[in-house]
Structure formats: structure tokens, C-alpha cells
Design a protein around this ligand. Sequence first.
Ligand SMILES: Cc1ncc(COP(=O)(O)O)c(C=O)c1O
Length: 322
Amino acid sequence: MADAVVGDDVLGDDPTVKQLESMVAEMCGKESGLFVPSGTMSNAVALKTHTDPGDEIITERYSHIYLYEGGGYAALCGSSIALPEGTNGLLTPDLVQNAIRKQKGSQSHYPDGSLVCVENTANRGGGTCYEQEVLDAIAEVSKAKNCSTHIDGARIFNASVATNTPLRRMTRDYDSISICLSKGLGAPVGSVLVGSEEFIGQAHRWRKMFGGGMRQSGVLAAAGMYALENNIQRMEDDHRRAQSIARAIDEMDHVSVDIDAVQTNMVYFSANGFTASEVSQKMAKAGIDMFDISPTHCRIVTHLHITDQDVERVIDALSTLS
Ligand SMILES: Cc1ncc(COP(=O)(O)O)c(C=O)c1O
């Protein structure tokens, strides 16, 4: 980061930002990329670019876009939202097809469903991954109904590594993809939105309006490039560690986990007799940070700072939870 060559990205001449944007676009098989400060802004810019006010966005009931982005789809895009409920955060082509409503033919009762979003991996699904055929089929039914397609790929590299699918194959049929550099990849800040040159040209305007244009941001982009060059394949270790924790939980009587949903670096679990917030407070006393993600469930995430020894500590603390 200290050695990064910087310019002024608001003026479009920060070479390190440009390099990062091209690198991610190339990895996804798309024409262009746009560096933004956060995953939330990346999704917001994508939704805004894909939709007009009065449109409807189709996304899963527990998706980040719906649950955790401050209602940006409504406030920033003026869109309504259709929320088919999938299994472990994952949609199916049928669910998507049935959820797309069009103004035409409805005597204007319906809004215009114009954008389908999928999340891979699905955070609230437990870090679950789409099968490639399902992703392809969702894109196909969406296109058949004239909808644009977006992947919230905050953790798409976890999905790519876990399913052994090259990124550009996974993203082939989607118009835009948002990728976070700051989650499993381990960079401190930033996301990259990719798509066609025309799409990114329009997205650039919304990034500006949302206040996401940064100046000497090459220092941040350099960390992102380091992460992409060094921290992708090692996600296998995070997945293996999450599996170890999940298997240990599965063997304990007082805690439970849906082991089939543990596919990447997350473990969602619940404890008999304790609320999730009580569990996370008890674990915090043992020096272990986790989220209570709902009244009943906690979320453990493994990442590049978590070692095999840490995994043992987590298992010990969970086994003596009282
Ligand atoms: C699936 C998903 N999308 C988007 C985001 C937003 O990223 P950020 O926290 O950088 O705004 C997150 C954050 O956890 C996420 O899990």
C-alpha cells in the first residue's frame, strides 16, 4: 500500500485503481470495473444503474440487499421489491420466474420487474453456494422476461473455491457482479462492481452522486490487488476450519447446526436454553467474537486471521457453554 503509485481517481488517473478495476473485470469476463468504498455502495450503484423508479427488484427474502442495506432499493432507486423465499438463501429458477411481475398485461396493477439479484455465497443462508446449472437457469428465466441480472458476490471467491468453478464461468450469464475485497479476501476496504463498458459508464455517475468517488485511492486498490493475488486459494483453509467447527458442534448435545448448509467459511448454530445474544456474550468472555444474527442463531466466520489453534479454542468454549 505504501508503495502504490497513485493519482486522482475522481479525475480518472489513478493507475493502481485502474489496474484493480481491469483485473477484476478480466477475472469475471466483463468489459469494465468500478472501485467503490463498500459492498453496500456497490450494490446500491448497481441497483440504481439497472432500474428506473417504479421498477421492482427480485431478490431472496433474506438477501443482504433487502435485509441490511438500509432500504436503499426504496430510498435511492424508488423501486419496490419482490422477495421469494428460497432454501438456505438460494433461489430457484421457478421461484424467480413466478416472482417477476410486469406492468404490461396487468392493466398497470403491477410494477415492472426489471432486475433479478442473486447472492453467492448467500450470507444468511449460512454461506451457501449456488450450483452452476441453477445460476445459469436463473439468468435464463430472467432474460426471457427482459430482466437484468446482478450477482451480489460479496463472497463470490468463497463460492468459486468451494465449488471449484472458475469465476468467469460462474458470472458468464450475469450483467453485473459486485465483489468485496474486504471480507474473506482480507483487504481493509473496498469493493469492485463489474459489467459492460456502457453499464459501468452509467454506474460511474451514480458512484459520484452517492459520494463514492475517492481521490488517491490507489493505496486501497493496492491492498485489493494483493488480496486477489495472494488470498483466494487459501480460502480452502477457512472452509476446512469452518467444517471442523461445524462437525464438532454437530456432535454436541446442547448446540445444533445444519451441517449441510456449512459449505464455505460460515457456521450458523443455535444453543438449547440460551438466546443467541447470551451465547455471543459468553463466547466474548472467552475472547471469541461472533455475531448473534437472529434471536436464536449465532454466526461464526473463519477468515485469514483464524488459525487451527483458534478453532480448538472455539470448540472448547462451545463445549463448556453453561
Ligand atoms: C452478501 C453481502 N453483500 C453485501 C455486503 C455489504 O458489504 P459492506 O459491509 O462492505 O457494505 C455484505 C456485508 O456483510 C454481505 O454479506
